[in-house]
Design a protein around this ligand. Sequence first.
Ligand code: SF4
Length: 253
Amino acid sequence: MSAPSINKALLEKLEKIPTPEGLIRELMQHFGNRAAIVTSGQLTGMVTIDMAVQAGFKPRVVTIDTLRLFQETYELLDEIEKHYHLKIERIKPDPQKLQKMISEHGTFLFFDSKEKQEMCCHIRKVEPNNRILDTLDVWFTGLRADQSAARARVSRLEIIQHGPDKRSILKVAPLVDWTEEKLRTYIKKNKVPTHKLLNWNKDGWYYESLGCVICTTPIGPTESRRAGRWRWFQDDSVKECGIHPLQGDGEGI
Ligand code: SF4
């Protein structure tokens, strides 16, 4: 059975599927290994994996190993592999480009300016993510609308153009409208493995998102949800790494 074309007609058909489980099942059934869950260890990624496994699939799961992840992230990846009996694809930055960047700008270039932070994110995250997209027709992300004002505009289903030939890829955020509470209820009920840092809470401070060490910090009770990323930049609207262009029409990470 050949996979359906990624076009408006498919989008309209998929929009009629109300549940994330139904959407995951439909897409994995038709696209097989051309569909993958790309996760950094957030709750949404874990729930998506669990839903796919419960639907009877051995999903393709991919992560970007920036080589600067928390030890707890590496532990979670190992735990997922064990729990679901699957092998996570760990995509790393290009070693030559990484070495060149570090020798020219230093390991901690992201402190210097927004441009250098974006350069670091491009080499460690965006470029590896593009290599993943080269192999995909359906990209499952863990984006949620309540993560920031910029992310409030995220669609559940979106067709993006990828690569020099502008090939269409279906970008899917199956849990876009789920709240943290709903995710945690599902996780508890289904005994889904979770990232240790997402269960950490000290005097109301907690980790809202997961990324690289130093660039990711806990947020306080009254702070915005993206406040913990790149604390030395003040404006939340610029707190994205470039994987998910959220301005205009446009995960995570
Ligand atoms: S989050 Fe920080 S260390 Fe990680 S890729 Fe971006 S700038 Fe570099």
